[in-house]
Design a binder for this molecule. Structure first.
Ligand code: PLP
Length: 384
């Protein structure tokens, strides 16, 4: 059997990884500034994390959600304490798309409505409702197009008011920083307007923290920079540091109804022990604060780049915006300097999503390589 050919692949075969360094089958090492799409939060193969998973594997790896699972309870407790959302309730699943799918479904169950407001350049996943609220027709099959979705430009208050005025909207779904789209951010004022309008029109506010959660932006959740209170908070990616796990935080005013949501694998013992270890490392290593310090360090390094290059995003969810498309630059960084970076829907944005415990020396290594690439004739021509 062959693999279904949906991924364009780099010619790199990683066989081991530690911290922010990957090693391939030839023994070549790579600096990982992308964490496999913002997944690696505490670094590859963190000893506390691997130990926790191994220990759990020897006890019990899985049983269904039909039995008591104290690891889930302990995880929810710790997540509430570290995030400051102690009163919220947690539903566990397996991925970011599934988290959003469940959040949208909850919003529809609760409100009794079905229309959704999403934003231009959004990305929320590839399952049916999640892809329908993703602003990319190329990845929506006809079967996904039955959902009623209005796409509004980020920070366009008038369009938002207009979209919600009909009263038939069940949810507004928003990323606190657009990841795949290219690191654009809603303003605090816009977030507050969404919050007010949702309350006025009986719609639920879904803050998609799948990519921006778990300290990545320098707050536990990205929306916390704006001091709003979402109804539903889908999470995944950095939550498991590579172990597949996702979830939805649900505001205390909503009560669970038996059977309304469910999953076979979600919240299994092994996944919860991986996710618990991630929280313990975030706490013990002070990774939310460290992320703020690394953001400050990145800003100092930006000063040595040509003025035409600007920095977007927050914390360690960053994008470098160039005055040209960055495809060739990324290849040069990967194949000549062995540095993994990411692309965005905006083809001029280079995405930087490292582990939150990346070192200053590793960030400096990236900037030094970038300067070297930009000094080659191919790239110099882009600058005055
Ligand atoms: C903001 C956001 N939401 C949802 C998803 C989907 O997550 P997954 O790929 O785990 O389904 C992503 C993935 O990139 C994302 O960035």
């Amino acid at each position: 059997m062959k693999l279904f050919d949906v991924y364009p692949l780099y010619d790199v075969t990683p066989v081991s990884a530690k911290g922010s360094v990957l090693t391939d089958k030839n023994g070549t090492t790579y600096l990982d500034l992308y964490g496999g799409h913002a997944v690696i939060s505490i670094g590859h193969s963190h000893p506390h994390y691997t130990q926790a998973i191994k220990a759990q594997l020897d006890k019990i790896a899985f049983y269904s959600n039909a039995v008591q699972n104290p690891i889930q309870e302990a995880y929810a407790q710790k997540l509430g304490a570290l995030s400051g959302l102690e009163d919220y309730q947690l539903f566990l699943c397996n991925s970011g798309a599934e988290a959003n799918e469940n959040a949208l479904k909850m919003a529809s169950f609760i409100s009794g409505k079905s229309k959704v407001v999403a934003f231009k350049n959004s990305f929320h996943g590839r399952t049916s409702a999640a892809v329908a609220v993703t602003d990319n027709p190329a990845i929506q099959a006809p079967i996904n197009q039955g959902h009623e979705v209005i796409f509004v430009a980020l920070n366009d208050e008038d369009a938002l008011k207009e979209a919600l005025s009909s009263g038939d909207v069940c949810a507004v779904i928003i990323e606190s920083i657009q990841g795949v789209g290219g690191l654009d951010q809603p303003t605090t004022r816009f977030f507050k307007t969404i919050e007010t309008l949702c309350q006025a029109h009986g719609a639920l506010l879904i803050a998609d923290e799948v990519q921006s959660g778990f300290g990545r932006t320098g707050a536990f959740f990205g929306f916390q920079h704006h001091k709003i209170i979402p109804d539903l908070v889908p999470i995944a990616k950095g939550m498991g540091n590579g172990f597949p796990i996702g979830g939805v935080l649900i505001h205390p005013k909503y009560k669970g109804i038996h059977g309304q949501l469910g999953t076979t694998f979600g919240g299994n013992h092994l996944a919860c022990s991986a996710a618990m270890a991630v929280l313990e490392v975030i706490e013990e290593e002070g990774l939310v604060k460290k992320t703020q310090e690394m953001e400050a360090y990145v800003k100092t390094q930006m000063a040595y780049l040509p003025a035409e290059i600007s920095l977007k995003g927050r914390g360690l969810m960053l994008g470098l915006a160039f005055p040209f498309e960055i495809g060739a630059l990324r290849k040069e960084l990967l194949y000549t300097h062995q540095i993994f970076t990411g692309a965005a829907k905006d083809k001029k944005v280079l995405r930087i999503l490292p582990a939150l415990n990346i070192t200053k020396a590793q960030i400096a290594q990236f900037f030094s390589a970038l300067k070297e690439v930009l000094n080659t004739p191919e790239f110099q021509s882009h600058f005055k």
